[in-house]
Design a protein around this ligand. Sequence first.
Ligand code: TRP
Length: 346
Amino acid sequence: MRKIILTGDRPTGRLHIGHYVGSLRQRVELQNSGLYDMIFIMIADAQALTDNIDNPEKVRQNIIEVALDYLACGLDSTKSTLFVQSQISELFELSFYYMNLVTVSRLQRNPTIKMEIKMRNFGKNIPVGFFTYPISQAADITAFKATTVPVGEDQLPMIELTKEIVRKFNSLYGKVLVEPEALLPDNKACQRLPGIDGKSKMSKSLNNCIYLSDTADEVKKKVMNMYTDPNHLRVEDPGNVEGNPVFTYLDAFCKNEHFSRYFPEYNNLDELKEHYTKGGLGDVKVKKFLNAILQEELEPIRKRRAEFAKDIPEVYNILKKGNYMAREVAANTLAEVKSAMKINYF
Ligand code: TRP
């Protein structure tokens, strides 16, 4: 069977280092591994509109920001198809048929949706489009017959629902659709990177992000102001590495080679954590180390972003070509779906 990747992001803001360790970095590795027959990376603007219907301008502007972030990270339009969800009308046709395979109570049990409904204070006024976006996400995945969906852990309920839809569809109408597997980053710290304030998740609305497009100065300032262990007041005090975002970021970014480059007093992260836990290691030193690592990782991304940003029409061209390719694949699947459902009258 062919190995196909589909994944994507909502264009509601620039992408941050949580997106990077949670998915982007891995996508680039998968792309460059040569193990996949096709890779589709989608800017999910239609999904973004399900809770931004009053702010289309925001979604519009962030399409280009997200495309720049993708290219900056090393997604390469000659190896991966980058495209815009709303331009593939086949996806919405598929969604409409899939809606009959899912119950309202099934959607109500989706923990990600539940949490999002709470965070957005929808109360009783949940837009139907928002409520049903997991079904549209199943259409995104199955339209490309994706076998692998690299995502963060908050997306697992969507992949689960997609599998259920695929099983139901195939058992009713014959084997047309492919069951996807989620692919999470193997490192726990990468699955849910906390914000610089130590709050549960890095998120634009909490204003606690380090963006891929932040300048070197901005990154440094944010790192030096990061929340750490509030009981670690003096250098001599024992410190806590659990729930300390500085150490979580180190878990996500630090490699042993960084020590010889920037912190030769230690051989590895375990030694550093041990010293911090025991006492006698100040936060400033650890933050300076983290800053050095982040700068090393983010500098090439920032440079590539600036290069691509010099020719925005070319970035739109890349997306346009991607739309064309994506549309062809989705149209084939839709034709198969419709004929399996006997909607091929003429
Ligand atoms: N829900 C994803 C997000 O919040 C975006 C998305 C839409 C997606 N369709 C998808 C991700 C299909 C993976 C597969 O960013």
